[in-house]
Design a protein around this ligand. Structure first.
Ligand SMILES: Cc1cc2nc3c(=O)[nH]c(=O)nc-3n(C[C@H](O)[C@H](O)[C@H](O)COP(=O)(O)OP(=O)(O)OC[C@H]3O[C@@H](n4cnc5c(N)ncnc54)[C@H](O)[C@@H]3O)c2cc1C
Ligand SMILES: *[C@@H]1O[C@H](CO)[C@@H](O)[C@H](O)[C@H]1NC(C)=O
Ligand SMILES: *[C@@H]1O[C@H](CO)[C@@H](O)[C@H](O)[C@H]1NC(C)=O
Ligand SMILES: *[C@@H]1O[C@H](CO)[C@@H](O)[C@H](O)[C@H]1NC(C)=O
Ligand SMILES: *[C@@H]1O[C@H](CO)[C@@H](O)[C@H](O)[C@H]1NC(C)=O
Ligand SMILES: *[C@@H]1O[C@H](CO)[C@@H](O)[C@H](O)[C@H]1NC(C)=O
Ligand SMILES: *[C@@H]1O[C@H](CO)[C@@H](O)[C@H](O)[C@H]1NC(C)=O
Ligand SMILES: *[C@@H]1O[C@H](CO)[C@@H](O)[C@H](O)[C@H]1NC(C)=O
Ligand SMILES: *[C@@H]1O[C@H](CO)[C@@H](O)[C@H](O)[C@H]1NC(C)=O
Ligand SMILES: *[C@@H]1O[C@H](CO)[C@@H](O)[C@H](O)[C@H]1NC(C)=O
Ligand SMILES: *[C@@H]1O[C@H](CO)[C@@H](O)[C@H](O)[C@H]1NC(C)=O
Length: 589
């Protein structure tokens, strides 16, 4: 019986082979197979004139570039480190690492865009051509062309990805930024799926940026489970890989709240998927990551009536023995974390070798809760001789839109667009916080990371993010996000940033060092993982680290919906692997 079954299935594979084989999609410019100018122009016609040759954002400022133009360069310089206008350019990524390839690129210096980072302008990692998508048919057109010519596809929204997954050199990019429509349904009727009907469902085009969504839905009296930084594409990689922000403790991850997607399948077919229709694909796109299963064009999501936002901002310098202060602040923070998570307190705490900055948040219409939850800790921390308090304030906002004005100004200062960045992160499970020895090991592990990061890169900080889905255990396994989320109390992110190009040796050293410094946190969380959107891109055991036990089923869904692997991205489910020549930039420094 077994033998027969396996014989039949191998037979089926053989018969199916001609249509399901991966043709490689590996045609490159300069090769005979690369489309002629005429063929590109024909594609342009079929997609209503929305095909463009890539011009790097910095190109107008490079004198030797054919795109050099002093007036355009002025505009570029003004927009360069401002994330909102910046994402309006195809030819950029948020982090310079991912628009460059080895020693080639076309970036400007973020803090002073009149300075250029490379002697000449090159495409680096950016695609050769891109389709500025305005409707689903443009995506189908691009996919059809890629299949006909065996060329590589990439999908880009804002370019915020921390692994460079939205930029693939020598590819045809599908750029979703201008799919920016909104809708709101107080009574929502799902497509052929009565169980998914409901109240207060929001709809966003794939290119919508976070800030616009908070403001739009607030005018409808609603909050959405997004993040905090304004320019992230929440219906793109964010909302397909997890999506966390200040509503995560109360509402869950963004993927937890997904109701329905409109997608373009690998076949080019436009489909509406939900828990009844293509439920496996819907599950996979709720946590499995962007760029992998289909191109999302519309995201429909459960919203919640707006509440007030309360914050506690505490900043202090370490004035005595800094190492000791770092230690006791982290320890006191860890000791309070189970209680704070019970109260749904969220936000994050930024640690540096010589200072700390708490930005705790509680979305609630009860204005006394956050103060009550933090009073004892506040008293303890603000009355010690070895720290100098810089700020200690409780501020409340009538709604999320009002809070956003403040939080996004903070992000502009701490994470300016157009710099280089490297992350290393780990989700820390609940059990670590329940014993003194667990807390002691956690504090040692985090302090080790803070110190190592500071020794490796000029701008380093560690964020202890409290935005974990503590009120949603996903017991129905409705999402494919790493199961470690359901047990996580802290999401620890070590971040390193730099403004100017590092030597290849220093960059390689920092990349290796950031990965190694996670070892103590990994030892504390065996079988655990890291957030696939905010992690170290070099994780060796990446399948288990980003998706845990969900990986196997995700791979099945991938192979079913994208049998020829027309969608592929770095360390995404079913990825071709680093020997694929399109990922050679990851090997160059
Ligand atoms: C400044 C900053 C702040 C951040 N803050 C948060 C935060 O608060 N919470 C959080 O959870 N994360 C946060 N992130 C991380 C964020 O989730 C990731 O960077 C994510 O990849 C962004 O998605 P994007 O679509 O904007 O980016 P892109 O880089 O354009 O895309 C990311 C991935 O998704 C794919 N993709 C994009 N659009 C589509 C689509 N329509 N269909 C299919 N695939 C698609 C791309 O191919 C790529 O693989 C932040 C990042 C930055 C840079
Ligand atoms: C595609 O057509 C549009 C509109 O005619 C034009 O602006 C654009 O340059 C064309 N793209 C290419 C690659 O030729
Ligand atoms: C760029 O052009 C200038 C003249 O405009 C020339 O002097 C310079 O050598 C060129 N640089 C490179 C790297 O080609
Ligand atoms: C951004 O660029 C402007 C010049 O356009 C500069 O004055 C400013 O300091 C830069 N901001 C940051 C945070 O680097
Ligand atoms: C797509 O958008 C173009 C305009 O950019 C329009 O002409 C075309 O009719 C649209 N196609 C569909 C199928 O909506
Ligand atoms: C939504 O449905 C309710 C009944 O469930 C009805 O009373 C209400 O009028 C509907 N609202 C809209 C905008 O259709
Ligand atoms: C949000 O709060 C601000 C400040 O109180 C107020 O001016 C604004 O109208 C509110 N916005 C919405 C959409 O309710
Ligand atoms: C600071 O405290 C640490 C840990 O308690 C100790 O090892 C170190 O010697 C102290 N440093 C100084 C300068 O006193
Ligand atoms: C600090 O502690 C001292 C002595 O324990 C106490 O008198 C004082 O009120 C405390 N100050 C604050 C701000 O809590
Ligand atoms: C904290 O440190 C910053 C930077 O070193 C300094 O400007 C500030 O005055 C310090 N504040 C206090 C209260 O010590
Ligand atoms: C490599 O990192 C170590 C710290 O881990 C540092 O001491 C060393 O100087 C670095 N080397 C380079 C080339 O940056």
């Amino acid at each position: 019986m077994l033998l027969l079954a396996s014989f039949l299935s191998s037979l089926a594979l053989t018969w199916a082979a001609p249509t399901t084989q991966d043709p490689g999609y590996n045609c490159q410019p300069g090769q005979k197979c690369w489309p002629s100018l005429r063929e590109w122009q024909q594609l342009n016609k079929t997609i209503d004139g929305h095909l463009f040759q890539t011009v790097p954002m910095g190109a107008p400022c490079y004198e030797n570039s054919t795109s050099y133009n002093a007036a355009t360069c002025d505009v570029v310089e003004n927009n360069y480190n401002n994330s909102i206008p910046r994402v309006g350019y195809y030819g950029q990524t948020y982090w310079q690492n991912w628009e460059a390839c080895g020693s080639t690129g076309c970036s400007l210096l973020s803090e002073d865009p009149s300075q250029k980072l490379y002697p000449t302008c090159s495409l680096g990692r950016l695609a050769s051509y891109y389709v500025d998508v305005r409707n689903a048919s443009h995506i189908s057109g691009a996919l059809k062309f890629a299949k006909e010519h065996n060329i590589r596809i990439s999908i880009k929204n804002t370019g915020h990805d921390f692994f460079g997954r939205s930029s693939v050199p020598n590819s045809l990019a599908i750029w979703t930024h201008n799919l920016n429509t909104f809708d709101f349904f107080s009574n929502f009727t799902a497509s052929n799926c009565p169980s998914a009907n409901g109240k207060n469902v929001g709809e966003m085009g794939a290119g919508v940026v976070a800030g616009d969504s908070y403001r739009y839905f607030n005018t409808k009296g609603m909050d959405i489970a997004g993040g905090y930084e304004e320019s992230v594409g929440i219906a793109g990689g964010f909302g397909q890989g997890g999506g966390l922000g200040d509503f995560t403790t109360t509402q869950g991850l963004m993927v937890d709240n997904a109701v329905e997607f409109e997608v373009v399948l690998a076949s080019g077919e436009v489909k509406t998927i939900n828990e009844c229709n293509d439920p496996d694909l819907f599950w996979a796109m709720r946590g499995g990551g962007g760029g992998t299963f289909a191109v999302l064009t519309k995201y429909r999501i459960q919203l919640y009536p707006s509440v007030a936002i309360h914050t506690w901002n505490f900043k202090a310098n370490f004035t005595g023995n800094q190492s000791q202060a770092l230690h006791w602040v982290l320890e006191a923070h860890a000791e309070n974390s189970l209680e704070w998570s019970k109260q749904l307190v969220t936000g994050s705490v930024d640690y540096y070798p010589g200072k700390v900055s708490f930005g705790l948040v509680l979305p609630s219409n009860d204005g006394s809760k956050l103060k009550a939850a933090t009073a004892k800790f506040n008293h303890f921390i603000s009355n010690r001789s070895d720290i100098a308090v810089v700020e200690n304030s409780y501020i409340s906002f009538a709604n999320y839109t009002a809070f956003l004005a403040l939080s996004s100004a903070d992000t502009r200062a701490t994470e300016p667009a157009g710099i280089f960045s490297l992350l290393a992160s780990r989700l820390i499970p609940r059990d670590v916080f329940s014993t003194p020895s667990g807390i002691a090991a956690l504090v040692d592990g985090v302090v080790h990371g803070i110190k190592t990061a500071a020794a490796l890169l000029p701008l380093a900080a560690t964020s202890v993010v409290l935005e974990t889905p503590v009120s949603n255990d996903d017991s129905q396994h409705a999402t494919s996000a790493h199961p470690a989320w359901r047990d996580a109390i802290w999401h620890v992110i070590h971040a390193g940033e730099w403004e100017e190009r590092l030597s290849p040796a220093a960059q390689e050293n920092a990349t290796d060092g950031f990965l190694k410094m996670l070892d103590p946190l990994k030892a504390l969380s065996p079988g655990g993982g890291a957030y696939m959107n905010e992690a170290h891109w070099g994780e060796p055991d990446w399948q288990a680290t980003y998706w845990g036990a969900n990986y196997e089923k995700l791979l099945e869904v991938k192979n079913c919906y994208d049998p020829t692997h027309i969608f592929d991205c770095f360390k995404c489910v079913g990825w071709r692997g680093e020997s694929d020549p399109f990922y050679s930039c990851y090997e160059e420094w």
